[in-house]
Design a protein around this ligand. Structure first.
Ligand SMILES: C[S@@+](CC[C@H](N)C(=O)[O-])C[C@H]1O[C@@H](n2cnc3c(N)ncnc32)[C@H](O)[C@@H]1O
Length: 155
């Protein structure tokens, strides 16, 4: 993937938030083009401002779009950073990503460390610190969607 990104790839980031991870990728790979999608308009606005401030707006953009509804533009890389678990319908999101990838494209998934049982998660500081915001914000948002928060089950 690094070779493709160096040569010039088309990259989408789903659940981009403020675009922090995508900005780093855009800085590291100047020949590539980047788009971040998120359903939260204020986050998309912040991401756009940060891209402009970083001088990257000519080859990266941010759009309000759902994980199952962004344009299937033939991406070389579609990435999720700390986002798949937030989606109400992660299975449909993955199916849409497969459809949106170019032939030979890559889906990259990065999730915070979590274990399969509650006791292990409570003993894990990486999980414990963000537990409250996740249970009050992420889970409630995911639960509002059509299949009632299946993504939250990933945690
Ligand atoms: C935990 S945040 C991660 C943000 C960013 N990737 C980061 O690492 O900082 C998860 C993001 O997923 C977005 N999100 C939730 N459901 C979504 C959906 N159905 N489609 C697109 N984005 C969604 C939220 O608005 C939020 O910005």
């Amino acid at each position: 993937m690094a070779a493709k990104l160096t040569a010039g790839a088309r990259v989408a980031n789903v659940g981009t938030g403020h675009g922090a991870a995508l900005l780093l990728l855009a800085q590291a790979y100047p020949a590539s083009r980047f788009v971040g999608y998120d359903t939260h308009p204020p986050s998309v606005e912040t991401a756009r401002k940060r891209a402009a401030e970083a001088g990257l707006a000519d080859r990266m953009r941010f759009e309000v779009a759902d994980a199952t509804g962004y344009p299937a533009d033939g991406y070389d890389l579609i990435c999720y950073f700390d986002a798949l678990h937030d989606l109400g319908d992660p299975v449909s999101a993955a199916a849409h990503a497969r459809h949106a990838l170019a032939s030979g494209g890559t889906l990259m998934l990065v999730e915070p460390l979590a274990f399969d049982d509650l006791a292990a998660n409570l003993a894990n500081n990486l999980f414990a610190a963000p537990r409250r915001p996740r249970s009050t914000w992420c889970w409630r948002r995911a639960h509002r969607t059509a299949i009632r928060g299946a993504g939250s089950g990933l945690r």
